[in-house]
Design a protein around this ligand. Structure first.
Ligand SMILES: Nc1ncnc2c1ncn2[C@@H]1O[C@H](COP(=O)(O)OP(=O)(O)OP(=O)(O)O)[C@@H](O)[C@H]1O
Ligand SMILES: [Mg+2]
Length: 250
């Protein structure tokens, strides 16, 4: 099972904004790890650096024995990952099943039974055959999330990345999708890394949580110990998140 290592990763932008200030992190093989942080703290930058979409200034990111710096020389680094994007990133002009077939075709060009494989993955995420030939705009947000999940797992990655997996969904559908993600990760036995600002999502999906604040990982541990972990920012984040929805009139 794949391991991910961030070794003193720095990333800044012109104008002097330093978003990652020497981030070090170790995600164990088979672990479900969460990066939790408030809006603007650098979660998306972190993910883009991991994928090599954004070049890092210094330090290194390694997946098993491969460095992100080798990404352009070898497709092996990228083949480790599959990502469930925040907005699902389904192709509007393709049907649901074509979206999944496309993912398989990209990864394994000589597969002739793409449709059968795609159907199998769609069924595995709980989508019925009646939606296979519909377009993304013709199905609900929750179904789109499932379709995007089918596409992500179809290429049989070693690491699944989830970017704000419940954003844009109502709480009930968000909860159902969280169960689907957790079950899928468990069934496939892969390593997963989830980016979120939602404490409930973090607590439900995680083996361990890392909190990103002001350019650095300020705490890593089990979600159940966040409340009294001794780090002022993490405890504040915990209480502020928990307070949402409380009756403030008393
Ligand atoms: N390409 C870029 N050029 C300049 N600044 C950038 C770039 N990408 C991100 N930033 C800056 O880096 C900081 C972190 O942005 P990022 O998108 O990673 O935040 P985030 O934690 O993902 O926030 P959110 O939860 O709202 O998605 C922000 O101040 C942002 O303006
Ligand atoms: Mg973001």
């Amino acid at each position: 099972m794949s391991k991910i290592i961030f070794d003193c990763v720095r990333k800044s932008f012109p104008g002097g904004l330093e978003v990652l200030k020497g981030v070090s992190l170790s995600v164990k093989g088979g672990e479900s790890h969460i990066i939790l942080g408030q809006s603007g703290c650098g979660k998306s930058v972190f993910l883009k650096c991991l994928l090599g979409i954004m070049a890092i200034d210094s330090g290194d990111i390694r997946v098993d024995d491969l460095s992100v710096k080798d990404r352009l020389r070898s497709g092996e680094y990228m083949r480790k990952f599959s990502i469930l994007f925040q907005g699902n990133a389904l192709f509007d002009s393709m049907t649901i099943i074509e979206n999944v077939e496309f993912g398989i075709g990209q990864a394994k060009k000589n597969i002739s039974k793409c449709r059968d494989m795609a159907a199998e993955k769609l069924l595995a995420v709980g989508l019925e055959p009646r939606v296979f030939d519909l377009y993304p705009s013709e199905i609900s947000g929750g179904m789109q999330k499932r379709a995007a999940m089918a596409r992500a797992i179809a290429v049989e990655p070693e690491i699944l990345l989830f970017d704000e997996p419940t954003s844009g969904l109502d709480p009930v559908t968000g909860g159902v999708i969280c169960h689907l993600l957790r079950d899928t990760v468990k069934n496939l036995g892969v390593t997963s890394l989830t980016i979120t600002h939602d404490l409930k999502v973090a607590a439900f999906l995680s083996d361990r949580v890392s909190v990103l604040n002001q350019g650095d990982i300020v705490w890593t541990g089990h979600a159940s110990t966040m409340k009294k972990c001794g780090n002022e920012f993490v405890e504040h984040f915990y209480h502020a998140s928990s307070a949402i929805g409380e009756d403030r009139t008393t």
